[in-house]
Design a protein around this ligand. Structure first.
Ligand SMILES: NC(=O)c1ccc[n+]([C@@H]2O[C@H](COP(=O)([O-])OP(=O)(O)OC[C@H]3O[C@@H](n4cnc5c(N)ncnc54)[C@H](OP(=O)(O)O)[C@@H]3O)[C@@H](O)[C@H]2O)c1
Length: 269
């Protein structure tokens, strides 16, 4: 299944997804198209893939990734709709656009074609990402093959479509929130005298390690925090400073703000 895979849009996420496919299943014929063709050419050279056009991909690929920004999607699908309509074989469209539902993709594409909606995040580039996904008119076998194709991304988690916007708000946008926290931790350490490179290394390893411990032990983060906070110790003083600065409320509001933006995107706002 999916012997021919097309990627329309070879930007950050399209490029990362194409790399995952090329690495895990190099036998797949991978076709790339991009508005700025030089970008597709460079990636094709790197991955031993083929440079193509949106129309050619729409005409011939069994799995067609639509890796363009949500606001570009109507134009891109309008452009390929006649080609899709003329096909008599089965093909699956894959969207990763924030806020756009499978149903919207079908409407824009002009037919009830099988659609898989995925929400990736940037850590897929280092095999530590999350891809949540759901399908509409796609078979279970197609969803399984899709997940197999991207298995090197990190965690692949099927999710009901009504939860995809919430998942995108934490997993899709979350890396930027964590990066902000990393930078701030490092700034604090630099203020205390550590060289920048060491401060960044320790901040990143601490965030990675704390996340790994929470995930692997299954312990509630509050309990793990309690373990580090000795009575009258330094950590609880740091926790006090974070609480004073509204840290937890700010983190919650960040996710909710991103979620609300996803809902606006869905309405085309
Ligand atoms: N980045 C993330 O963390 C993230 C996370 C989750 C989901 N997503 C989703 O992933 C999708 C892509 O985002 P991105 O961050 O990869 O954006 P990006 O880096 O801007 O890539 C979009 C690519 O689409 C190309 N493009 C635009 N119009 C086109 C057209 N008509 N035909 C062919 N290619 C066209 C652009 O070409 P040019 O080179 O000419 O600009 C660009 O390379 C979006 O829908 C976004 O919502 C992104």
């Amino acid at each position: 299944m999916f012997d021919t895979v097309g990627m329309i849009g070879t930007g950050a996420m399209g490029g990362a997804t194409a790399r995952l496919i090329a690495q895990s299943q190099p036998e797949k014929a991978l076709f790339l198209s991009n508005r700025t063709v030089e970008k597709a050419e460079a990636l094709a050279k790197e991955l031993h893939a083929w440079v193509s056009t949106n129309e050619e991909i729409a005409k011939g690929c069994a799995l067609i990734f639509l890796a363009v920004k949500p606001q570009m999607m109507p134009d891109v699908l309008k452009g390929v709709a006649p080609v899709l309509r003329a096909r008599t074989d089965r093909f699956v469209l894959v969207t990763m656009a924030a806020g756009l539902t499978c149903e919207t993709i079908q409407t824009l594409a002009g037919g009830a074609y099988p659609v898989i909606r995925m929400m990736p995040n940037t850590p897929i580039t280092v095999g530590a990402g999350i891809i949540t996904y759901c399908g509409r008119d796609a078979t279970d076998a197609e969803l399984t093959t899709f997940a197999e194709l991207l298995k090197n991304a990190g965690t692949l988690d099927p999710l009901p479509e009504h939860l995809m916007d919430a998942a995108g708000a934490i997993a899709g946008c979350g890396p930027a929130f964590v990066d902000l926290f990393l930078e701030a931790l490092a700034d604090g350490a630099v203020a205390c005298g550590l060289p920048r490179a060491k401060a960044l290394l320790y901040a990143a390893q601490t965030v990675e390690g704390a996340a790994k411990a929470a995930r692997e032990t299954g312990e509630h983060p509050g309990r793990l925090k309690d373990v580090v906070c000795s009575p009258a110790g330094s950590t609880i003083q740091g926790v006090r400073a974070l609480e004073k600065g509204g840290f937890r409320s700010a983190a919650m509001e960040a996710v909710i703000a991103a979620y609300e933006k996803n809902l606006h995107l869905k309405k085309g706002e």
